[in-house]
Design a protein around this ligand. Sequence first.
Ligand SMILES: Nc1nc2c(ncn2[C@@H]2O[C@H](COP(=O)(O)OP(=O)(O)OP(=O)(O)O)[C@@H](O)[C@H]2O)c(=O)[nH]1
Length: 305
Amino acid sequence: MPINYSDHALQLSLKSSKVLIVEDQLLTLIVLRKALSDRFNVMTSRSGEEAIDLCKLDPPDLILLDINLEGINGIETCLKLKNTYETQDIPVIFITSLESEEGACWEAGAVDFIKKPTNPETLFRRVRAHLMIKAQHDLLNQKVFIDDLTQIYNRRYFDTHFIKIEQSALRENADCALLLIDIDYFKQYNDTYGHVQGDAVLNLVAQTITKSLQRPADFVSRFGGEEFVVVLPHTGNKGANCVADKIKNNVMQLGILHKHSEHEFVTISIGGATLQTRDNSKNTLQLADERMYQSKFQGRNQVSF
Ligand SMILES: Nc1nc2c(ncn2[C@@H]2O[C@H](COP(=O)(O)OP(=O)(O)OP(=O)(O)O)[C@@H](O)[C@H]2O)c(=O)[nH]1
């Protein structure tokens, strides 16, 4: 199917696109910002270190990166961004004055570069073109990776992304937690209240889990029928326990009556595992699955790690 550039969703997403300019020369920063701030949502940073932190907290849709920065330079900044799961898909355009630097820009993972002194119109059009590609990419991902019923990520998203997150965490010697969540007595719920009501509960639980997650890198996927999987990057046992408890309590507090449950309401059982404490004979998912069943056997509506 041909790409429709006038697509409404695309236009909307372009307007709200976030562009991060990383430049330590104040005057250049002002010129770049002026060329873009009427059309996009512009964020700025004066160093590579600050830009990396900012990208993890509030990922932009595109980065304009100067090469000659104080502290870690632009090339090193780009390499760090490309080696980190949360930031590796953000397109980077370099701003450079030397032709000899172009090879290093491509190798670091740049999608393009713009020469200094920058022409404001060229800058705007280049940025818009790359944002358009990014928006198309995001839109396509949304269609491929979103579960129809709950509108959260699907199993395919989890399968594709968890491997990358695990590898990135192992490289950085960081932790990462996984929670496997199953709705208790859901068969009886469907049998008693009907499948339409069952679907509504699945939806509510999915939204409740989503709202219980706070960090931008955390995500939940529908794993299968009435099972969900939560991924918490950079989170160890203690933090993951807190999040799991919060999710369990929030679902119980929805107060959805379930007359076949000893807890009176719809509840969930959770099993958790982290990368750093996992047993080498089993992967994180297998461990979380075993612990989820432990929660079931111990009476449901609980968390096991
Ligand atoms: N309404 C609805 N039900 C679903 C969907 N996907 C799976 N289910 C139902 O979820 C139920 C899962 O039941 P079981 O795996 O037996 O487990 P359970 O009844 O939740 O019991 P425990 O897990 O032991 O607490 C089955 O009846 C499935 O048909 C869905 O998309 N919509």
